[in-house]
Design a protein around this ligand. Structure first.
Ligand code: ARG
Length: 464
């Protein structure tokens, strides 16, 4: 039986009928549809619409529906998940099943189901993100005081601790966790009781319904509640930031795994061979993460375009806001799982990293800083050290290999303290500022990062 055939004299065009169905994808909402229906049933009983016997029959049948595999999953007569639950409920609980739709509308149901789905996915993505960030923290601890070059413009710039580089990503992931937590808090209001558009027609206890579903409160406006999809857009946007950050990490590791860099050895578990070139080990996992980040941002665009310009309140266009949410949630969860496995197994070649971090005038800035401490204005110091670099380029050597006479020709008085300032240890030590790469600062940053992450781990409502 259709949910709305009474006023129609003709049957639906079969092509249109199939094309507009959402059951092929909205069936993932079944557990949430059932939970919301149970809360509604309880409210109906309180309002005297269901007898206590009908209530328990309804609740038991709904429990069974949640447990059983979906029978007739491909049944073309089922329009959507709401229709499915109603049909199955009538099969299991008899005529009482038709009472469940009293005082509610699919418009509030889908708004509620989707919020419950997003809330659950936020908790899952947060858990996976904490796991990944935890792996970065582990690797940062393990990296100790090993160094690598930091780049600007992808040109060697200054040496940093490997741990400092890893913690940069932990910062990004921590912001991502914050965005998800923020979205969770805002979406946590219950649309049930909003009816089709103007509010339910029955005296339902909306506070009680909200409490039963772990919502903070009922939504405040029925027009808004039935047509709002901000929460879905915010969620997918927050996921897109996760994907964006993963894509930068993936790109760095792709570069660092080339023979040219040689900083990391790709784990075979997460690499692929070439069907043509026998010697190849390709970073497909990383490339897919980089590529899929674009797909996830595409989901944000799809969602925004579906909602843009929609008049209040519910319009069927809103059915289009489901699939991009499901796709992004599944994709980002998988990306996180792969990234975590990758980080747990990737090997760093600290020797190559250190070699790169001590070649290419990575101490030029430290040399200038030393001169500044001697009272030379920075602009002049910059010029003098620049001259020294030019002389190194002619001689094919590093700054610390120039003699005091060579430095003198560039206008620099190179005494022992000056040469001391050029050692790797001292170059790192000058960045002794909060957020800088001096080893004591990085150790402190590691502790802080761990604390911040622990705020998001553990509890079921990790992000709340
Ligand atoms: N499948 C629909 C959706 O996802 C459910 C709501 C239908 N409401 C309606 N008034 N046709 O949006």
């Amino acid at each position: 039986m259709k949910m709305w055939s009474g006023r129609f004299g003709q049957s639906q065009n079969p092509g249109f009928e199939q094309w507009q169905r959402s059951f092929p994808f909205d069936r993932v909402l079944l557990p949430f549809e059932v939970a919301a229906s149970q809360a509604h049933a309880a409210a109906l009983a309180k309002a005297g619409v269901l007898s206590s016997e009908e209530l328990s029959r309804t609740v038991l049948a709904l429990e069974q529906i949640a447990r059983e595999p979906i029978p007739g999953a491909d049944d073309p007569a089922i329009e959507d998940v709401h229709h499915y639950v109603e049909l199955r409920l009538v099969e299991l609980a008899g005529e009482a099943g038709y009472k469940l739709h009293s005082g509610r509308s699919r418009n509030e149901q889908i708004a509620t189901d989707l919020r419950l789905y997003v809330r659950q996915q936020i908790d899952e993505v947060c858990r996976l993100l904490v796991e990944l960030a935890g792996e970065f923290v582990n690797r940062a601890y393990a990296a100790g005081e090993n160094v690598m070059p930091a780049y600007t413009h992808l040109q060697r710039a200054e040496p940093v601790l490997v741990a400092h580089w890893l913690l940069a990503y932990v910062e990004m992931f921590t912001r991502d966790l914050g965005r998800l937590a923020d979205c969770r808090q805002r979406l946590n209001e219950c649309p049930l009781g909003s009816g089709a558009v103007a509010g339910t027609i029955l005296p339902l206890d909306r506070e009680g319904i909200a409490r039963q579903l772990d919502f903070e409160a009922p939504t405040a406006n029925s027009l808004d509640a039935t047509s709002d999809r901000d929460f879905a857009i915010e969620f997918v946007q927050a996921l897109s930031f996760v994907a964006l950050h993963l894509s930068r990490w993936a790109e760095e590791l792709i570069l660092f795994s080339t023979i040219e860099f040689g900083f990391v050895k790709l784990p075979e578990e997460f690499s692929t061979g070439s069907s043509a070139m026998p010697q190849k080990k390709n970073p497909d996992a990383l490339e897919l993460i980089r590529g899929k980040a674009g797909t996830v941002w595409g989901n944000v665009t799809a969602l925004v375009m579906s909602v843009k310009g929609l008049p209040l309140a519910y319009n069927k266009d809103l059915q289009e806001t489901q699939q991009p949410v499901f796709a992004a949630a599944a994709e980002v969860s998988n990306m996180l799982r792969v990234a975590t496995g990758f980080m747990a197994t990737v090997e760093f070649d600290y020797k190559r990293m250190e070699r790169a971090a001590t070649r290419g005038f990575m101490n030029a800035m430290a040399a200038a800083a030393h001169l500044v401490r001697q009272g030379v204005p920075f602009r002049r110091a910059h010029e003098l050290v620049g001259k020294a670099v030019r002389s190194c380029l002619e001689k094919s050597c590093e700054l610390e290999q120039l003699s005091p006479e060579d430095f003198m020709l560039c206008g620099i008085k190179a005494d022992q303290p000056f040469y001391d300032a050029l050692t790797l240890e001292n170059v790192l030590a000058i960045h002794d500022v909060e957020g800088g790469t001096a080893p004591t600062r990085v150790r402190a940053a590691l502790r802080t990062a761990k604390e911040k992450l622990s705020m998001y781990s553990g509890a079921a409502h990790a992000c709340a």
